[in-house]
Design a protein around this ligand. Structure first.
Ligand SMILES: Nc1ncnc2c1ncn2[C@@H]1O[C@H](COP(=O)(O)OP(=O)(O)OP(=O)(O)O)[C@@H](O)[C@H]1O
Length: 312
């Protein structure tokens, strides 16, 4: 668990709080998205967790240990860190980049080699092609995958990700979000992700922390925040399509009715979102959809009305 206890940060000479009395608990194994307008203190908050910044007041605890009392090198090796421009070492091959922390930890060559292959495969890169390349020989998305692999190398319990998809084109971004989320679930990490993008926060975060002027405005699950924004600022931050965003979080199976007597023209899977269901209904101007399992078995029926009333 990561706990921020009344944390305040003033940068010298700035005359204002970058972070202002922040209390935040991040449970082990969950992903928390920090979001808010530019300059609200997201990055500063994140950087106080791995001691790249020091709080002016308050404490940051990782597993009940005050990070101020932890050796910064040891701390940073135990926390994966992914940033927007990746920060790969440009003159080092991909394999050496990924092996950065294992080398610092003194792993032997065989173990390091196994780990490099395993990680490159995990992030969807072919080791036989990628190992000997240099960062400039990769696309932006591939570099981001390598940065992610490097951060995962020593299997840290915590991953900090600062705008990890910020420099990536929108199509690749959505793919990487989906893949990274799957991987992070599989390896069960505690993750803090800083983002500007509310859709990314909704997709990646088990909980979202909305900040403004160094303070926390609302901290809850994406469902709860979309359903009940704490104030007008949060509401406007979520955007006018808040109800549609919510449909992404609701599974078809949770609102479907028993199967209809007549088969419908188009079907959908039970684990698809109501957002996808609505897209199909509108595209085909349909009254509803059969809900069919992978096996082809019809499990239920989702009417247009059921989708439209689900957000209430
Ligand atoms: N090294 C620094 N020295 C002085 N002031 C700083 C420093 N880093 C950040 N700040 C200030 O602290 C405040 C919070 O900055 P921070 O980078 O944490 O915000 P952010 O929410 O991550 O912003 P963005 O979304 O634009 O990256 C801002 O007012 C910023 O100008």
């Amino acid at each position: 668990m990561i706990r921020l206890d009344k944390v305040t940060k003033n940068y010298e000479g700035s005359g204002r709080h970058a972070v202002d009395g922040l209390d935040l608990i991040i449970e082990t194994g969950t992903t928390v998205a920090l979001i808010g307008p530019s300059g609200c203190g997201k990055t500063t908050t994140m950087r106080m967790i791995n001691r790249l910044e020091t709080p002016t007041a308050g404490r940051v605890l990782v597993n009940d240990r005050d990070v101020a009392a932890t050796d910064p090198k040891e701390l940073r090796r135990s926390i994966g860190y992914v940033i927007q421009q990746v920060g790969l070492f440009p003159h080092m091959t991909i394999e050496r980049n990924v092996a950065t922390v294992p080398r610092l930890l003194g792993w032997d060559k065989a173990r390091t080699d196994r780990r490099i292959d395993e990680l490159l495969e995990l992030v969807g890169l072919d080791p036989s092609i990628m190992r000997r390349r240099l960062p400039h020989e990769l696309s932006g998305g591939q570099r981001q995958r390598v940065g992610f692999a490097r951060a995962l190398a020593a299997d840290p319990a915590i991953m900090l990700m600062d705008e990890p998809f910020g420099a990536i084109d929108p199509i690749t971004r959505v793919r990487l979000q989906d893949e990274f989320r799957q991987i992070l679930k599989k390896v069960s990490k505690t993750v803090v992700i800083v983002t500007h993008d509310i859709d990314e926060a909704i997709k990646m975060g088990d909980r979202i922390a909305i900040m403004r002027d160094g303070r926390l405005l609302q901290y809850d699950t994406p469902e709860a925040i979309l359903a009940r924004p704490a104030n007008e600022f949060v509401e406007s931050f979520l955007g006018p399509d808040r109800a549609i965003k919510r449909l992404r979080l609701i599974a078809v199976a949770s609102v479907m009715a028993p199967p209809a007597p007549q088969a419908s023209a188009v079907s959908i899977k039970p684990d698809a979102s109501l957002h996808d269901a609505l897209a199909l209904i509108l595209a085909g101007d349909l009254p509803g959809l059969d809900v069919r399992a992978e096996s082809g078995e019809t499990m239920g029926y989702l009417s247009r009305g059921a989708v439209l009333s689900a957000h209430r």
